[in-house]
Design a protein around this ligand. Structure first.
Ligand code: NA7
Length: 541
C-alpha cells in the first residue's frame, strides 16, 4: 500500500481520461500544482475500461485525437480510419509519456468525496485509499459515459456463469469459443461486439428492447500515402472541424430532403451510405429537424436492413420504428449480416421484458434461454452518473445530488451555483457528447486554464456561477433541444435509459461554434454570469 496523500495543491483533477490528462498538462504549463486521482490502473478513461471485442471509436481517428500539439499530430500515425480500442489506449499512453504526466497521476484510486470549506475557500478531496488533500480548485474530468448502467434483473445472482458489462471488460479478454452466449442490449457497444462474439460463440442470442439505426462504417486501413497527405493539411482539417456544429468535419449537404425529388433523395442517400458512418447524417440538412424528412431517410435505412437480413421476421424486428438518429446513430461492421448466421438468434423484449435470470440463463415470456455467459451491453448512466458516485458538498452543506435531483443544472456545463471553484469538463449543458468529444474537452480545458490563470492575475479567491444566469442557460439548453427531433425519444441523452431518472435533455444541441462563441464572450466580458470574490478567504456571495 502507498502512503496516503495529505498535501495542498492548486488543483485536484478527478479522472485521467483525455480530459484529465489535458487539464493536468495545461495546469502544469501555467505553473500550478496539481494531482490527478484516477480509479483505473492507467490513463485513457473510456478507452481504459471499454475493452469489449470490437470496441472502436465512431468518429474518424484523424479527428478523434488531441489537436493542441501540432508535433503530436505529426508524430502519431493511426492505422485505421476508425481505430480499435487498443490503439486509442496506446495513444492515451503515448500522450501521458510524451508530456510526462504520470508522475502527477495517482492510479487505482477513486475519489469518494469533495467538500467545500467556506472559510478557507478550498476543497477537501477524499479517496477510497485514505487520501485527504486540499485544493483551491476541484476539476471533475469524470467522463460522460463512464458509470455503467446495470439493470437489476430478478435472480441475477442465481446465474451460474459469468456476467460481463461491456464498459468494464476483463483486461485479459474473454474467449467465447464453444459457449452459448446471451447479449442484452443493441446500442453501440452491442452492435460493435455482436459480430465478433458471433465468430466465437457456439450459439448467440441477442435480447433487443429497441431496434437500433446503424450505418456501415466501411472501416479501412489508412495507407502511408493517405496519412502523409492528411498530415500535410492537418491544421486546415482541425480548423474546418471546429467550425462545424458537431466539432468534426464531414461533407454536409444543407439542402432540405423534402426539396429534392424522390430519385435525387435515393441517389444522395445511396452516396451517403457508401461513405458510411456518422457522416451519413450529412446527406440532407433537415433530417434531424423535420419529421417528414426523417421519414424518408428512415424508409431508406429500413429497406437496407431488409435487403441484408434474409429472414423476414428477424428483419422486421431489426427495423427501428422511431426517428432515425434520435438515439445516437450506430456505426457497424457486419451487424445486420450477423443475423443471417444459423447460430445467431434475436429475441424481442420490447413487449415482454426480461422476466428474470435463473441458474441456467434468462427467462422471457415464460421461455428459458440457456447460456454459459451473459454480456450486459446496457450502457451507462450518461452525463451525471459519475457525479452521483461522489459525495460533492458545496456552500451551506448543499450536495450536488440534491441540487440535481430534478435534472442537472450547470452554467455552460462548466460550473454549478453553490459550488464555488468546482469545475466540470464536458458537464451537462455543454455540447460534449453531441460534439467530437476530444475537441469539446480541449475547448473546456483551455477555457478553464484561462479562467484559473486570470483569477491568479487578479488575486481572486473564488469563482461561482450566478443562479439567474445558470437558470437562463439551463432553460436555453432545454429550449434549443426541442427544435431537434433528438429530444423526442427515450435515449440516454435524456436519461430515459434508466428507470426513475428525470427526463431532461442534457447535452447542448445548439452547435459547437455557437457554444464556443458564448464561452469566449463570457471570458472576454470578465466572466459575465459568474461572481469572482477576492482574497484567500473570500466567499462568493
Ligand atoms: P446504449 O446506447 O445506452 O445501449 C444500451 C442498450 O441496452 C440499449 O439497446 C438498451 O435498450 C438496452 N437496455 C438497457 N437496459 C435494458 C433492460 N433493462 N432490458 C433490456 N435492454 C436494456 O449504451 P452503449 O454502451 O451501447 O453505447 C453508449 C454510447 O457509447 C454510444 O451511444 C456511443 O456514443 C458510445 P433501449 O434502447 O434503452 O430500449
Amino acid at each position: 500500500a502507498r502512503p496516503a496523500e495529505t498535501g495542498t495543491f492548486d488543483a485536484i483533477v478527478v479522472g485521467a481520461g483525455f480530459a484529465g490528462m489535458y487539464m493536468l498538462h495545461r495546469l502544469r504549463g501555467l505553473g500550478f500544482t496539481a494531482r490527478v486521482f484516477e480509479a483505473g490502473g492507467g490513463v485513457g478513461g473510456t478507452w481504459y475500461w471499454n475493452r469489449y471485442p470490437g470496441a472502436r471509436c465512431d468518429v474518424e481517428s484523424l479527428q478523434y485525437s488531441f489537436s493542441f500539439s501540432e508535433e503530436l499530430d505529426q508524430e502519431w500515425s493511426w492505422s485505421e480510419k476508425y481505430s480499435p480500442q487498443p490503439e486509442i489506449l496506446a495513444y492515451a499512453n503515448h500522450v501521458a509519456d510524451r508530456f510526462d504526466l504520470r508522475s502527477q497521476i495517482v492510479f487505482d484510486t477513486r475519489v469518494t468525496a469533495a467538500t467545500f470549506d467556506e472559510d478557507a475557500g478550498t476543497w477537501l478531496i477524499e479517496t477510497d485509499r485514505g487520501d485527504r488533500v486540499t485544493a483551491k480548485f476541484c476539476i471533475m474530468a469524470v467522463g460522460c459515459l463512464s458509470a455503467p448502467n446495470r439493470p437489476a434483473f430478478a435472480g441475477m445472482s442465481d446465474f451460474r456463469g459469468p456476467i460481463y458489462h461491456t464498459g468494464e471488460w476483463p483486461h485479459e479478454g474473454v474467449d467465447f469459443t464453444g459457449l452459448r452466449v446471451g447479449v442484452i442490449g443493441t446500442g453501440s457497444s452491442a452492435i460493435q461486439s455482436i459480430p465478433i462474439i458471433a465468430q466465437q460463440a457456439e450459439q448467440l442470442t441477442v435480447f433487443q428492447r429497441t431496434a437500433t439505426w446503424s450505418v456501415p462504417a466501411w472501416n479501412e486501413q489508412l495507407s502511408a500515402e493517405y496519412l502523409k497527405e492528411a498530415k500535410a493539411h492537418y491544421p486546415e482539417l482541425r480548423a474546418k472541424a471546429r467550425a462545424r456544429p458537431t466539432g468534426f468535419y464531414f461533407p454536409f449537404n444543407a439542402q432540405p430532403a423534402l426539396q429534392a425529388s424522390a430519385e435525387e433523395r435515393e441517389r444522395l442517400y445511396e452516396e451517403a451510405w457508401e461513405r458510411g458512418g456518422l457522416p451519413f447524417l450529412g446527406a440532407f440538412g433537415d433530417l434531424l429537424f423535420e419529421k417528414a424528412a426523417n421519414d424518408t431517410v428512415a424508409d431508406f435505412a429500413r429497406a437496407k436492413i431488409r435487403g441484408i437480413v434474409k429472414d423476414p421476421a428477424t428483419a422486421d424486428l431489426l427495423c427501428p420504428q422511431n426517428v432515425f438518429g434520435c438515439k445516437r446513430l450506430c456505426v457497424d461492421t457486419n451487424y445486420f449480416q450477423t443475423y443471417n448466421l444459423p447460430h445467431v438468434k434475436l429475441v424481442d423484449v420490447s413487449k415482454a421484458p426480461i422476466e428474470r435470470f435463473t441458474a441456467e440463463g434468462i427467462v422471457v415470456d415464460g421461455t428459458e434461454y440457456q447460456f454459459d455467459a451473459i454480456v450486459s451491453a446496457t450502457g451507462f448512466a450518461a452525463m451525471t452518473g459519475s457525479f452521483d458516485k461522489i459525495a460533492i458538498t458545496g456552500r451551506g452543506g448543499q450536495t450536488l445530488a440534491e441540487k440535481w435531483r430534478a435534472g442537472p443544472r450547470a452554467y455552460l456545463g462548466l460550473a454549478s451555483e453553490g459550488f464555488p471553484n468546482l469545475f466540470m469538463i464536458t458537464g451537462p449543458g455543454s455540447p460534449s457528447v453531441l460534439a467530437s468529444m476530444i475537441q469539446a474537452i480541449e475547448q473546456h480545458v483551455d477555457w478553464l486554464a484561462d479562467c484559473i490563470s486570470h483569477m491568479r492575475d487578479i488575486g481572486a479567491g473564488t469563482i461561482e456561477a450566478v443562479r439567474d444566469d445558470e437558470d437562463a442557460w439551463v432553460a436555453h439548453v432545454n429550449d434549443v433541444s426541442t427544435v431537434s427531433l433528438r429530444s423526442t425519444c427515450s435515449s440516454w441523452y435524456v436519461g430515459a435509459n434508466i428507470p426513475g431518472r428525470p427526463r431532461v435533455f442534457m447535452p447542448y444541441i445548439g452547435g459547437f461554434p455557437i457554444y464556443v462563441q458564448k464561452c469566449n464572450e463570457v471570458m472576454n466580458s470578465g466572466y459575465d454570469g459568474f461572481v469572482l470574490a477576492g482574497g484567500r478567504t473570500g466567499n462568493a456571495p
